[in-house]
Design a protein around this ligand. Structure first.
Ligand code: SF4
Ligand code: SF4
Length: 421
């Protein structure tokens, strides 16, 4: 921008510390605004409960390099969102609102605690109330509301998968009490690849003699991803229903297959009066490995994808690795981005249901980037332990032309393979 000459104050001569300076060296500028913008949108965001921390950003840019959406060409990260809002972008209606997967990698490095895990749901909640939601996400909200699961499957068939288990999978309504209440969740109940993992876990629980039961049709979606995508009302309604169901039975702990359910039950349900000991299946199984007799040697080079909601959000990095390294013949190789700095599969925070929308905003899908990273390690198997990931990564293996080079398996499937049952 050209300098407004009227703002320049210039002396003919100045003497500084005994040295005479000409006008060229003593040019001063009158105070002027560095930027001038309308603060209305920023004020609206920071006045929301949860939105406050966007205003704390001081533009250090630590977050941008670790944001998976920026890495795949999404031009993203809290710093950019802050700057765009300053420049007049209305985040409540802008596509930027839906790109964040709430993976938490930016919060990990942010010196100012700018918290997208709070900001995004708060702003999205307003957008949801105004009906400003991408169509594919709206469909998922409606499915969840109507059927109790985002896939739109019959709630009555929630326990149908147990017919494939060929081991007993008792229902809580029959047993009334059990040591372990297994909260199966939606994708492990309905999605074909989720069912494969559920069947495998049911077999291992039986083998270990665990006293467990599931809720079956009484179970509702934990709704954690819908909450993060802005449907707080739906989340609250289902949390209250699930808590009412839990109250009917006696159990010591809740076992979850899904890190998103882990997050909801561990961190959110206590706000609604439901306090439980909740454990992910990898955490549950890791100390019991010496009770399992592995008969098969797998001879796999395996790389492991840390799910955002198991690792960064809930601090479990070791149990999945303990299980993998206990399997005979498995060589574990790490990807460059792993553990705290793990990449995101793109499924969190509603991203599971926004692939069509995201295709218009990124150069490649997050799952595709991750599959390329996995292939780069030379691994035969990409091991996962979140039900969103198997289908996402299997699609990405195909779309990146890596079929035949890499297979995607849930850790529990590898356990059963090693057991040889
Ligand atoms: S790391 Fe935090 S303070 Fe720095 S630019 Fe990002 S959001 Fe702003
Ligand atoms: S939470 Fe993840 S996807 Fe969202 S802005 Fe931060 S790093 Fe990017």
């Amino acid at each position: 921008m050209p300098v407004d000459k009227r703002q320049i104050q210039e002396l003919e001569k100045a003497v500084v510390d005994g040295i005479e300076l000409t006008g060229d060296w003593n040019r001063m500028f009158a105070q002027r605004p560095i930027f001038d913008y309308d603060t209305a949108i920023m004020d609206k965001i920071t006045s929301l409960e949860g939105g406050e921390s966007l205003g704390w950003c001081y533009q250090c840019a630590q977050c941008v390099g670790v944001c998976p959406v920026d890495i795949v060409g999404g031009d993203y990260g809290p710093r950019k969102i802050y700057r765009n809002v300053q420049a007049g972008v209305d985040l409540f209606t802008d596509p930027d609102l839906w790109k964040c997967t709430t993976c938490m990698n930016c919060l990990r490095v942010c010196p100012k605690n700018v918290d997208m895990i709070q900001i995004m749901p708060a702003v999205r909640e307003e957008a949801v109330m105004d009906g400003q939601v991408p169509e594919e996400l709206q469909q998922v909200f409606e499915n969840t509301f109507e059927y109790g699961n985002p896939l739109g499957e019959s709630p009555r068939k929630r326990a149908e998968w147990t017919k494939k288990a060929s081991v007993p999978v008792p229902l809580m309504k029959d047993k009334k009490q059990a040591d372990v209440l297994w909260f199966v969740e939606c994708y492990p109940s309905y999605h074909p690849r989720g069912i494969d993992a559920s069947v495998a876990l049911a077999r291992v629980l039986n083998l270990l003699g665990v006293d467990f039961a599931i809720l079956g049709p009484e179970e509702k979606c934990s709704c954690d991803s819908q909450r993060l995508a802005g449907e707080k009302g739906l989340f609250e309604e289902f949390a209250e229903q699930n808590i009412r169901t839990f109250k009917k039975y006696r159990f010591n702990q809740i076992l979850v297959t899904d890190p998103h359910a882990l997050n909801a039950l561990k961190k959110e349900y206590p706000k609604y009066g439901g306090k439980y000991q909740v454990v992910h299946y990898t955490t549950f199984l890791a100390p019991l490995l010496d009770k399992l007799e592995f008969k098969n040697t797998l001879s796999y080079k395996v790389t492991f994808h840390d799910p955002c909601y198991l690792g960064r959000h809930n601090g479990e990095f070791e149990a999945p690795r303990q299980i993998l390294t206990a399997l005979p013949g498995v060589e574990l190789v790490e990807m460059g981005r792993c553990r705290q700095n793990s990449f995101c599969c793109g499924g969190g925070g509603g991203g599971m249901w926004l692939d069509g929308f995201m295709a218009d905003h990124v150069a490649e899908r997050l799952s595709e980037r991750r599959v390329r990273e996995a292939v780069g390690t030379g691994a035969d198997v990409l091991a996962v332990c979140c039900p969103y990931e198997v289908s996402r990564f299997e699609d990405a293996v195909k779309s990146t032309g890596n079929e035949g080079k890499l297979i995607v398996k849930d850790i529990i499937e590898l356990v059963v393979e090693a057991l040889g049952d």
